[in-house]
Design a protein around this ligand. Structure first.
Ligand SMILES: [Zn+2]
Length: 124
């Protein structure tokens, strides 16, 4: 009788330990998953960013690049999404602005998706 009791107690202890072990691995995996999801989302945000702002230049609506070059560096960083580039292709930027200017609906659509992703990632 006594022997059985210790066996049961041991079984309970083993059971408890296994629960703890499962919990630890679960929370660990969850953290990994969240981190991976975060990384994926940040990549998506950078993909959907227009890297441009619509601005009013003396009553004329124009498109302005959101890339800035912080002093002391030659890199360019997008103010909106944080994308870092080492060389700003000015011709490419101009082409992009012209495209958005001719297709304002595309700009709005992309901007909408970008805002949605920002919200999803908790930036807004
Ligand atoms: Zn950007």
């Amino acid at each position: 009788m006594n022997f059985d009791f210790t066996k049961i107690l041991l079984a309970i202890i083993v059971f408890l330990f296994s629960i703890i072990a499962i919990k630890v691995t679960l929370s660990f995996n969850l953290n990994e998953y969240l981190k991976r999801r975060d990384k994926k989302l940040k990549g998506k945000i950078k993909n959907y960013c227009t890297h441009a702002n619509i601005k009013n230049f003396d009553d004329v609506i124009g498109i302005e690049s959101s890339f800035i070059s912080p002093s002391g560096t030659t890199n360019w960083i997008c103010e909106k999404c944080g994308l870092q580039i080492y060389h700003l292709d000015k011709k490419g930027e101009k082409r992009k602005f012209e495209y958005f200017f001719k297709n304002p609906k595309k700009f709005k659509k992309q901007e909408k998706k970008f805002q949605k992703l920002l919200k999803k990632a908790g930036f807004l």
